[in-house]
Design a protein around this ligand. Structure first.
Ligand SMILES: O=C(O)C1=C[C@@H](OP(=O)(O)O)[C@@H](O)[C@H](O)C1
Ligand SMILES: C=C(OP(=O)(O)O)C(=O)O
Length: 448
């Protein structure tokens, strides 16, 4: 949906201890990929635990527009009957990816090596985000893209009728760009190679192997060298989507700052390309037990028992950890505001090109709540005020950004005075049950 509907103000206020089990929904990255890889396989892919957030629903709709049959059987249970690698048909209308950078960039990659043309758009947030990072490597395959100034949506992509394979070193640490190149490489003859200096989330690599593609990852001095053999026949899979560690971050961080809390969050990914927040919280002194380690849906997971941690201290977050926690900096900056001492987050300029400029959104909102912030282009520094020390009492702007909305609502659960957000509706994109789930643990969150 290109509009995100009417603004939905929300509020949170100081809460009693959070208690209970927080069963967060399915992983957003893996949900998008199950639909897209399912659409490129021949036969029926069965998915359970699919995240039914708006971002993923928009990808499901797009897969239908390109010719796949996508069916919802029940809550989180979906099937995709794919058209095969290179089998996308030309959509009859504009593809609207709503709020989703992952959706639009992965789908552009997928159609870029098919002999079809598609026009993409999104909501006011997505239309501001840079697409050149994806269309530049797609041009090497022979695709052409015509967008607005600065490589913005709406944008028309003309797929390459005779694609050539590509060797591409990622100029930014981005799993979306890596995945777009790999997806384009699927329908190019020969070997497509992607080189990433810093490892980013590896769901595309894991899932491509699962769907039967020939892919290898070599760790070299240049970084990870990923080699994909083009034009495989992908085999349909049964995908059990694990829970989303980026959504789990919100109840986890809330429990760490709300006095007396003791919650369990089952099935949180321990994938090394996703677990940076959890390492960071432990370094800050968080009381987190990682229980019952096991595999679920092809991902290493553990059950997290999380208790209020009064004694957390500010730290320097290692910049090389950024890709493994890129979506978690907003909520980490809230925990940092309740820690003692300063938390320094460097190497985070990618945050400026997410659903909003997340450095600016967190800095302005935390300042409005009485927290001292320092920032530059690539850095966010939060001066902690200690347990319960954040004054609050502000309305924070969310800029059509679900993570900003949820972060300030978490902040309000432990601040001295109520915190409001101007628009919580974007929460629907990734965590539609956020309000009832948090309130079920004892949080005081209200809409309206
Ligand atoms: O590949 C993915 O599923 C994602 C990659 C990340 O984006 P970048 O590739 O822009 O870092 C992340 O922020 C996004 O939420 C999901
Ligand atoms: C950055 C995010 O998503 P996307 O890029 O898919 O819009 C996110 O979910 O935090």
């Amino acid at each position: 949906m290109s509009g995100h509907g009417e603004a939905q103000p929300m509020k949170s206020r100081k809460s009693g201890p959070l208690r209970g089990v927080a069963e967060v929904p399915g992983d957003k990255s893996i949900s998008h990929r199950s639909l897209i890889f399912g659409a490129m396989a021949v036969g029926e892919t069965r998915i359970t635990g699919l995240l039914e957030g708006q971002d993923v629903l928009d990808t499901a709709k797009a897969m239908r527009a390109f010719g796949a049959t996508v069916t919802r059987l029940g809550e989180g249970a979906w099937t995709v009957n794919g058209v095969g690698v290179g089998g996308f048909r030309e959509p009859e209308d504009v593809i609207d990816c709503g709020n989703s950078g992952t959706g639009v960039r992965l789908i552009m990659g997928t159609m870029a090596t098919a002999p079809i043309t598609a026009t993409f758009t999104g909501d006011a947030s997505l239309r501001k985000r840079p697409m050149g990072r994806v269309t530049d490597p797609l041009a090497l395959f022979g695709a052409r893209a015509y967008g607005r100034q600065g490589g913005r949506l709406p944008m028309t992509v003309v797929g390459a009728a005779n694609p050539v394979p590509v060797r591409y070193a990622l100029p930014v640490a981005s799993a979306q760009v890596k995945s777009a190149v790999l997806l384009a490489g699927l329908n190019a003859p020969g070997e497509t190679v992607v080189i990433e200096k810093e490892p980013t989330r590896d769901h595309s690599e894991r899932m491509l192997l699962g769907f039967g593609a020939r892919l290898s990852v070599e760790k070299t001095g240049e970084g990870h060298v990923i080699t994909l053999t083009g034009q495989p026949e992908l085999r349909p899979q049964t995908v059990a989507v694990p829970r989303d560690p980026s959504s789990a971050a919100f109840p986890v961080c809330a429990a760490l700052i709300v006095e007396g809390s003791d919650i369990t969050v089952p099935g949180v990914s321990q994938n090394l390309t996703r677990n940076g927040l959890y390492l960071t919280l432990v370094e800050m002194g968080a009381e987190i037990d990682f229980l019952n380690p096991r595999e679920e849906g092809g991902e290493p997971v553990a059950d997290l028992r999380v208790r209020f941690s009064g004694e957390m201290k500010g730290i320097e977050v290692p910049p090389e950890r950024a890709p493994s926690m890129i979506d978690e900096y907003p909520v980490l900056s809230v925990v940092a505001a309740f820690a003692t001492g300063k938390t320094v987050m460097r190497g985070v300029k990618e945050l400026r090109v997410k659903e909003s400029d997340r450095i600016d959104a967190m800095a302005r909102g935390l300042e409005a709540c009485g927290v001292r912030i320092e920032e530059d282009e690539d850095t966010l520094i939060v001066h902690g005020m200690g347990p319960g020390g954040v004054p609050g009492g502000a309305t924070c702007a969310t800029h059509i950004d679900h993570r900003i909305a949820m972060s300030f609502l978490v902040c309000g659960l432990a601040a001295k005075a109520e915190i409001a957000v101007d628009d919580g509706s974007p929460i629907q994109t990734s965590f539609p049950v956020f309000l009832p789930l948090m309130n079920g643990l004892g949080a005081s969150l209200t809409a309206g």
